[in-house]
Ligand binder design. Sequence first.
Ligand code: NAI
Ligand code: MG
Length: 352
Amino acid sequence: RNHRVAVIPGDGIGLEVIEAGKQVLETLSQKSDDFQFEFEDFDWSSQRYLETGEYIPEGGLEKLSTFDAIYFGAVGSQEVPDHVSLWELRLAICQGFDQYANVRPARVLPGVNSRLKGAEKIDWVIVRENSEGEYAGNGGRAHRGHPEEVGTEVAIFTRKGIERIHRFAFKLAQDRPRKKLTLVTKSNAQRYGMVLWDEVFFEVAKDFPDVTIDRELVDAATTRMVLKPETMDVIVATNLHADILSDLAAALSGSLGIAPTANLNPERAYPSMFEPIHGSAFDIAGQGIANPVGAFWTAAMMLEHLGESTAAERLMAAIERLTASGLQTKDLGGTATTQDATRAICSDIEQQ
Ligand code: NAI
Ligand code: MG
């Protein structure tokens, strides 16, 4: 099998960790006669934007649409406002390819220290609605610069958009041993979109009687994640809420440098995109010390999506041996470089 993967390293440490991830994927495919990768690199980045005025060149999305998957680093630069870089590149792809299900697993890998007591009980998948809601881009500003200036940012929730993400989350919960799904909203303070979210959730729930459900307001959900991590399994939440909860989940599981994300178009009408959860990390970019584990775990999710379950399991096992070995980057309290970690995991895979 041949997998055509579009690679968009982006900015900052995105370049470093995606290069590392590609090496690991190459090593895995060399170990197996079953599949190979055909990578194509895209220089869509803030540097490109500063030089040409665009992140994605004309016809770029059409070209991207022919690939089997997209492996993405991070976008964000000190020279470009974040709302420009995010919308022009990452959201342009997610929304352009209707990648409405953003999936973020969280657990503490062996050998990783979490500051949270009882963190070893974390085993969550956060399902984030990725196409509308608070990030629908619906709003504006009136009376610019005037003392009476007003800015609006109005979330849009559609029944169709809500129903498909709930269905996706229920199916995912159904496939896990505990079969639990927690609905997170803020439907006490927000009376329209959030209440619609709740209603549609309970309608969809009728089709999944084997899934145990409960609900939590988003503020209470943060405390429950910290105080009773073992009571949660799959969590479904809106674009904004799940964005925040998944960063919390990543930090509780040890480091932002470890957590992966899949942006899925479950119907497979368009390619899905896989990226570590972290950003371009200005403070450590260019130093070669970024933790590549998030990019490796991301690669494992991509393999799974491409139908290479055996290779995905092999990679996950190699990642766990790496973290357990004590070879750790600075964010985890160690002194290993990105390259040290990459070399170690590649030689481990070669020896298996
Ligand atoms: P960030 O994730 O880049 O960094 C937050 C902190 O975590 C920093 O101290 C950083 O050094 C550390 N960190 C992150 N990944 C790490 C890794 N792999 N290894 C070791 N340490 C790691 O978030 P921040 O600082 O809020 O944003 C920086 C830029 O990245 C901004 O322009 C932001 O818009 C962008 N960003 C892009 C994302 C994306 O492309 N999906 C996601 C988050 C932020
Ligand atoms: Mg985030």
